[in-house]
Write a new protein. Structure first.
Length: 100
């Protein structure tokens, strides 16, 4: 059974509490889009972690990889000029498996 933590609904709640994460994600994605046709959203997350650790020495910035696909999709929806920059899969309808 898959964990239902990473639902779209939970992402919206997470984003409301932490809009600065998306701002940073967009900044790094746009920077990379100037030199690459497509790229990895996970690599951008790693850069976010790196930059935060270097710039904010007292920070305990943590973000789960479970949100990566949500940030990538949000970016692609809001920035159609970068369609195809992240390769995404079709999400499952539900995180819950139903026994038949």
């Amino acid at each position: 059974m898959l964990n239902g933590t990473w639902t779209k609904e939970n992402f919206e709640k997470h984003h409301q509490k932490h809009p600065e994460i998306y701002e940073m994600f967009c900044g790094f994605a746009k920077e990379m889009a100037r030199v690459k046709e497509y790229y990895s959203a996970k690599a951008i997350f790693h850069r976010m972690r790196w930059e935060t650790a270097i710039r904010e020495k007292e920070s305990d910035f943590k973000i789960s990889d479970g949100w990566i696909s949500h940030y990538a999709r949000k970016f692609l929806e809001e920035h159609p000029e970068h369609t195809g920059f992240f390769r995404t899969r079709t999400p499952k309808e539900s995180y819950l498996e139903v026994d038949k």
